[in-house]
Design a protein around this ligand. Structure first.
Ligand SMILES: [Zn+2]
Length: 405
């Protein structure tokens, strides 16, 4: 009888642990930071929010001024919790990759109203979170990848020419955190494997040498990455990929791993009908919080690293729209018509009036059977002149699609 009780209790505990991601997923709308509604926000807005949370989380959260961006924007490191295990999270090193920055604010918002929650208490007692959201505020101001000097901060870990790279390195060296979360966005046009679905989240435990060896530091990172796979499988099974792990001697993730912090890269990719990445932001919120909780409880050590290592590779094999079987004709009648598929991608850009507009471009033409797409149109029997199917040309989607009705 006693044994049955213990078994029942263990099952109960297991199911409780498994329930945390689902619980977070379900309460997300009630706890998220509702002030972020688009990917194009600037540092001024972020600072406003951080100040609000500093006030709400008195005694738990404090700010430390760690420097200035190239253009003189003040950068603060957020400290949360009092635990022994330090977890360093940095986002938006690339100014146009804001998804995780929003998720980090969602996490602060959640902490503000859930301080007495069991899982939050474990995080606050066992870990100290060191959060650097939006390390590249000048890039975010312009919604561009690079720093104001035109330098890719993620290729500046050794040369340290940008103030932002110096800040990142100084914070790492000062606190020597056990864990690191390197938070980025990638193009939404990747797949999880050669023949797979869209890559919504790609994970990487960066290599620290060309041989891609695994030491204790990287192994610990692989356990955390495996834990993230476990968490996300409940929501986006088949849409999780492993990012290319070739060693890049100049990149931060690779060096931070090398310097002794177990580092996981999270790349927010694509998801159908999610141009502002709000669903992927929610996944970041769930994955980051749950994995930090499992660092606090040390549950991550039990997760098999094969769950991470066996992920399909991230591949650049997707277009927003594929129009297949177009008969491409030529004005010059001596050239025979040919059958082609075209791949179209849609990006958001700001026009001269600073209004966000969609831009559609023909990215590829020919036999595209090996590519995936969010939307396929069969143009069998439709003839279109070559001059209207120019590669790399911008098209007016509405007008363009009329040809295939
Ligand atoms: Zn990036």
């Amino acid at each position: 009888m006693k044994n049955i009780f213990i078994i029942a209790l263990t099952f109960f505990q297991l199911s409780m642990a498994q329930n945390y991601p689902k619980k977070l997923f379900n309460l997300y709308d009630a706890v998220k930071d509702t002030s972020f509604t688009t990917i194009r926000f600037k540092q001024s807005h972020l600072v406003e929010r951080i100040n609000i949370y500093e006030n709400k989380l008195k005694g738990i959260m404090k700010l430390e001024k760690v420097g200035y961006s190239g253009e003189g924007r003040e950068i603060n490191l957020i400290h949360i919790g009092n635990g022994k295990t330090k977890v360093f999270l940095w986002s938006q090193m690339h100014g146009d990759e804001p998804t995780a920055t929003m998720a980090l604010m969602d996490i602060l918002s959640y902490f503000a109203s859930n301080q007495n929650q069991k899982e939050v208490k474990a995080i606050l007692q066992k870990t100290t979170l060191l959060i650097l959201p939006m390390i590249n505020p000048d890039g975010a101001e312009r919604f561009q990848r690079r720093s104001v000097h035109g330098i890719d901060i993620n290729r500046d870990a050794l040369a340290l020419q940008t103030s932002e790279a110096n800040i990142l390195k100084n914070v790492r060296d000062k606190y020597n955190p056990k864990f690191g979360f390197n938070l980025h966005d990638q193009d939404p046009w990747n797949t999880a494997g050669q023949n797979g679905d869209v890559s919504t989240i790609a994970l990487l435990t960066p290599a620290y040498n060309f041989e891609k060896s695994t030491n204790a530091v990287r192994k610990r990172a692989k356990h955390v990455a495996a834990e993230i796979v476990d968490i996300l499988n409940s929501f986006i099974k088949g849409k999780i990929a492993r990012y290319n792990d070739d060693f890049e001697p100049r990149a931060f993730g690779d060096n931070i791993q090398k310097w002794g912090t177990s580092t996981v890269l999270i790349e927010s990719g694509g998801y159908p009908n999610d141009p502002n990445k709000m669903f992927i932001r929610k996944l970041n919120f769930v994955a980051i919080l749950t994995s930090i909780n499992s660092i606090a409880t040390e549950k991550y050590t039990e997760t098999q690293i094969s769950k991470y290592e066996s992920l399909p590779e991230n591949k650049n094999l997707l277009y927003d729209i594929i129009i297949k079987n177009i008969t491409q004709t030529f004005m010059n009648s001596t050239i025979k018509s040919v059958k082609v598929d075209i791949g179209i991608n849609i990006t958001q850009t700001e026009n001269s009036e600073k209004v966000v507009v969609q831009k559609a471009t023909i990215e590829n033409k020919g036999d595209l059977r090996t590519y995936k797409t969010f939307r396929v149109i069969d143009a069998k029997g439709k003839k279109v002149d070559n001059s209207k199917l120019k590669l790399n040309s911008e098209i007016n989607m509405e007008e363009f699609l009329k040809q295939f009705n």
